[in-house]
Write a protein that binds this ligand. Structure first.
Ligand code: PLP
Length: 390
């Protein structure tokens, strides 16, 4: 449990493990240590639990349990989706389409594939962070084998038009992958109503353990393994299973599914309260991302004239954990590639803070943040050389 003083508003980075999940995992670190590949009873009791976890994960997204492959993380699932599809389908074509705002596990997999001879198109987004579907339509070529568009963005929360993209790709013989790491458990995902071939999930974003992910692979999808070995996970992802991780992800998916509606309501209410409170108390700021079509609980705000890093550190001193997209990479003065893709002015890009609210946050915590933040911004603006003090 988070200690009393900390107000943790960085749930898009990771979440605390749900106490119920901790209790579910523990026996698999104690007596239930069998190898699920073993034929004896000790192995088979664990195999049953893995099958159950597969069903729990499948149920969260409206898939069949036979279509779920456990991986070592969301990052690994994204690597497998892009590289596995590219490798298996290279005789059909060498063109992949993704977006400029994907998580690095997609962008860097795509860049690596470029070094292997694949051509990649990176789609633009508008000022709200929504992908340009017309550009997607124009960029399709006979050699296009895969489109990968994230369900919702980790930084500014915008939800992408996944249903429309799936509809458009139907019957074109192009695989459609979506990274749903930030969307799962926060919005309803029903694969029965969406034309998606591959979908990525991660345990630690939904109150499960770290180091466990899953890839939904629709039946009939042609994909090569990226990790070779003893043939576990239908020979698509070898390696003795991370049993406590899988059990934890399964339970996390079950809880997320059971509480989906109340969780959405809770995150939406606290998110709106925080956004309203900050806008009421502080001038010169903008909300980043789509005003409505965004992940509940994601509030990404740019404070003009100040550095996001300074705000983050001063909030940290008050026991409030948030994150910033303002840190410059060593090669560029542009802070966040996501805000850059949205065409934000540099003065706003530098002052961005992401508050990501989670299941365990309370109204009182949000009140404390609304009370604490104006003084911090005032202090930092007083020090800012670009702030007009008149
Ligand atoms: N995709 C998105 C959108 C994410 O936000 C993250 C984690 O931040 C990942 C993928 C990677 O997941 P993992 O931390 O399980 O590797």
């Amino acid at each position: 449990m988070t200690d009393k003083k900390t107000i943790y508003l960085d749930n898009s980075a990771t979440t605390q493990v749900h106490p119920e999940i901790k209790d579910t995992i523990l026996p698999y670190l104690e007596d239930l240590y069998g190898n699920p590949s073993s034929i004896h009873a000790k192995g088979q009791e664990v195999k049953k639990t893995i099958d159950n976890a597969r069903k729990q994960v499948a149920d969260l997204i409206g898939a069949k349990e036979t279509e779920i492959i456990f991986t070592g993380s969301g990052t690994e699932a994204n690597n497998l989706a892009l590289k596995g599809i590219a490798s298996k389908n290279k005789n059909k074509g060498n063109h992949i389409i993704t977006t400029r705002i994907e998580h690095k596990s997609i962008l860097n997999s795509a860049r690596w594939l470029e070094t292997e001879g694949f051509k990649v198109t990176y789609l633009n987004v508008d000022e709200n962070g929504t992908v340009d579907i017309n550009q997607l339509k124009e960029e399709i070529r006979p050699e296009t084998i895969l489109v990968s568009v994230m369900f919702a963005n980790n930084e500014m929360g915008t939800i992408q038009p996944i249903k429309e993209i799936g509809e458009f790709l139907k019957g074109k013989g192009i695989y459609f992958h979506t990274d749903a790491v930030q969307a799962a458990g926060k919005i309803k995902i029903n694969l029965k109503e969406l034309n998606i071939d591959l979908l990525t999930l991660s345990g630690h974003k939904i109150h499960g353990p770290k180091g466990i992910g899953a890839l939904y692979i629709r039946k009939g999808t042609e994909i090569d393994p990226m990790i070779h070995g003893g043939g576990q996970e239908k020979n698509i992802r070898s390696g003795t299973e991370n049993v406590p991780g899988i059990v934890g992800l399964g339970k996390a998916a079950e809880i997320a599914n059971k509480n989906l509606e109340s969780n959405i309501e809770h995150l939406t209410n606290l998110g709106k309260k925080l956004e309203k409170g900050i806008f009421k108390e502080i001038p010169d700021l903008i909300l980043n991302g789509h005003p409505d079509n965004r992940i509940p609980g994601n509030v990404n705000i740019s404070f003009k004239y100040v550095e996001g890093e300074s705000i983050m550190l001063m909030l940290d001193c008050e026991g409030i954990c948030v994150s910033t997209g303002s840190a410059c990479t060593s090669k560029s003065l542009k802070p966040s590639y996501v805000l850059d893709a949205m065409g934000k002015e540099i003065v706003f890009m530098h002052g961005s803070i992401r508050f990501s609210i989670g299941t365990f946050n309370t109204e009182e915590e949000i009140d404390t943040v609304i009370k604490t933040l104006p003084t911090i911004i005032k202090k930092l603006r007083a020090l800012s050389p670009i702030y007009n003090k008149d």
